[in-house]
Design a protein around this ligand. Sequence first.
Ligand code: ZN
Length: 205
Amino acid sequence: MFYTELKNIYSRKKFLESKFPLETYYPRMNHFITQELRLGATFFSPFRFAHMFGIDVNSSVSFFLSLSDKNGIFSKLYKYECDNCDELNILKSEDELMNFECQECNKPGDLSNSSFLSDVKLLFKLKDIFYEEAMKDLKAHASFDSPTYKSNSSKEEKEVDSHSELSLKRAFEFNKGQDEQGKEIVRDESLDALRNRLRQKLGTA
Ligand SMILES: [Zn+2]
């Protein structure tokens, strides 16, 4: 199922294959997801993925964005810590973000404040169907794991994780690019739609 979905994404987004060959990146992503689930992860970080395979962070971010469209393998959540009451708000949709109001103190989000876009962080969550598949796999193979296997995730890796979060601002920057022929590409259409809505609302070009 997971492989089929990745293949579907690759057939829609032709620009992926040259930079992230499916035959290499399918096993990588599969391995990454399994490892992270083993550690109890709920959200999947492009920074940790980059770290695990020694690829550059920007590529990793653009790869994750490409897999997080409406029909992708990840769903996107938006995290925002209220600057008034420190409540951690996790928003499940672009609509919630557009009409943001703190769940605790009801303070509205100031979309026109440029720091707002940096303060909103993107979280990648595996869609239920793939989560269940991966967990099943994990359980099926659990008995083969040696206890030392877990120690692969070093303290260092965890530090990378705790300091690296993808801001909405940065995600916007990496969401558009060019393919090898110089043609403009959009990695995640839903994120691009959000950006356009924000621009319209703020009246900026
Ligand atoms: Zn608040």
